[in-house]
Every structure is written in C-alpha cells, then in structure tokens.
Design a protein around this ligand. Structure first.
Ligand code: PGA
Length: 250
C-alpha cells in the first residue's frame, strides 16, 4: 500500500525571526515537489505565524514543536493547540526525546497531548525511541511497545489515520551517530507490528513512520530506500537550506 511520505525539519531552539523567515523562503523556492511527498517544518513558537504565512499556498506545512494538553486556562508559560492552529500550524510534534528527557514528559503526557492535538484539528507527529543503554540491554522492542501503547492508548482506528510516528533512537539524535538503514528499518517493522495490535491492521499499514537522528545529505539515500521508512525528521541538517534541500529533494 502506498503510504504518505513526509519530510520534516525540527528547528528546535534556533534562529532569529528574520533568519527563520529567510530559511522558509529558501526552502519553498528550492524544493522540487515530488509527487505524494509532504513537507513540514517545526519553527520555534514565536516564529510560527510568520513562517506559516511565508509557506502559505506552498507544499510546505508548519507544526509546533510542543503543545500543552489544555486548550485554555491559567497555565502560565504553556501554549495551547488551538493557539498554534490559529497561527497556521497543521502538525504538532509530541513526545520528542528532548521533551521526554530534559522536561520529564511521560507517556501519559504524550497521550494527553495527542488527544488535545487531534481535538484541535492538528496532526500529531509522535516521537518514540530507545536510549543507548536500552538498546544495548536488548530492550528496544519493549521500550517502543510501552511508548506506543501508553502514548496512543484509547484512540479509535479513525484517529490513528491522522497520526504519524517518528522513530528517533535517542543515541542518534544530535550525535552524528545515525542508525544504519537496516537498524532503522528493523525498528520500523517492530513499530508497525505494535501499531497493528493497537490500531488494527489497516490503520497501522497506512500510518507513516519517519526516521530521525542525525539524518544528513550523505546518509539520506540509504535510509530513504528502505521499505519501512516513510520519510525523515531532521534536526541539525534542517537549519540551513542547502543541507535540508539536499535531503528533501532526494
Ligand atoms: P538531529 O535531530 O537530526 O540533529 O539528530 C533530530 C531530532 O531531534 O528530531
């Protein structure tokens, strides 16, 4: 079955507002739209509106790097899914490893945020992935199973159709240590099996699973040709247009 193919860039906490708009402009003008391929960028919150305006009417969509699980209220410093939607976002990144490990987000938080994103009409892109010690201890499948089961607990199959998974082994993020295409493909197969038992065969088969973790212009081809890799989530290499364009135009 042909699945959606998504190429995404996570800008994390980088750029000035002028740099963010310039980068968006360069992406829009440099991308060679491939049939069926979707593009998403995740700018920092303060730049979402300007970057979304720059991308409006182009194949590039925007997303928030995080959201809170309530739509409004006395939650100082938090950002509502409705607010980011209102500023032009289509996607919300949920449970990125930096959120889990620096800000102590749990699978229960992920679950609430996925619900909130769906309720707001955003497409959740849910990040999962094991730590180095978990991989070395042979626990990768177990960790992925817990993150997916708990993070996506209680959603009907129709909701799964709007969810994208990003497999990002924590040991590969920002380290230059990319998983080999075979390692990534194996993890994606495991994830698809777990999804089948949560979402049912048809919904799981349709869900895009992206790979993230030190994706660069020189390793994209090997990753992209793997059968179970439906796109990539890029951090560092998405911060400059020449490297990100080489990746998204693969
Ligand atoms: P990286 O980040 O490409 O810099 O490893 C990926 C991510 O955190 O999504």
């Amino acid at each position: 079955m042909a699945r959606r193919e998504i190429f995404a860039g996570n800008w994390k906490m980088y750029k000035t507002s002028a740099e963010a708009v310039k980068l968006a402009k360069e992406l829009v003008s440099g991308l060679e739209k491939k049939p069926g391929r979707e593009y998403v960028i995740f700018p920092p919150f303060p730049y979402i509106r300007d970057v979304s305006a720059e991308c409006s009417g182009t194949p590039v969509k925007t997303g928030a790097q995080n959201i809170y699980h309530e739509v409004q209220g006395a939650f100082t410093g938090e950002v509502s899914p409705l607010m980011v939607k209102d500023c032009g976002c289509t996607f919300a990144l949920i449970g990125h490893s930096e959120r889990r490990h620096i800000f102590n987000e749990t699978d229960a938080d992920v679950n609430r945020k996925v619900r909130a994103a769906l309720d707001a009409g955003l497409e959740p892109m849910v990040c999962v992935g094991e730590l180095l010690e978990e991989r070395e201890g042979g626990q990768t499948a177990q960790v992925l199973e817990r993150q997916i089961r708990e993070g996506l607990r209680g959603f009907p199959a129709a909701d799964f159709a709007k969810i994208t998974i990003a497999y990002e082994p924590v040991w590969a993020i920002g380290t230059g240590k990319v998983a080999t295409p075979e390692m990534a493909d194996d993890a994606h197969k495991i994830i698809r099996e777990i999804l089948k038992s949560s979402a049912g065969e048809a919904a799981a088969e349709a869900m895009p699973i992206l790979y993230g973790g030190s994706v660069k212009p020189d390793n994209i081809e090997g990753l992209y040709k793997m059968e179970n890799i439906d796109g990539v989530l890029v951090g560092g290499a998405s911060l400059e247009s020449p490297s990100f364009l080489k990746i998204i135009n693969v």
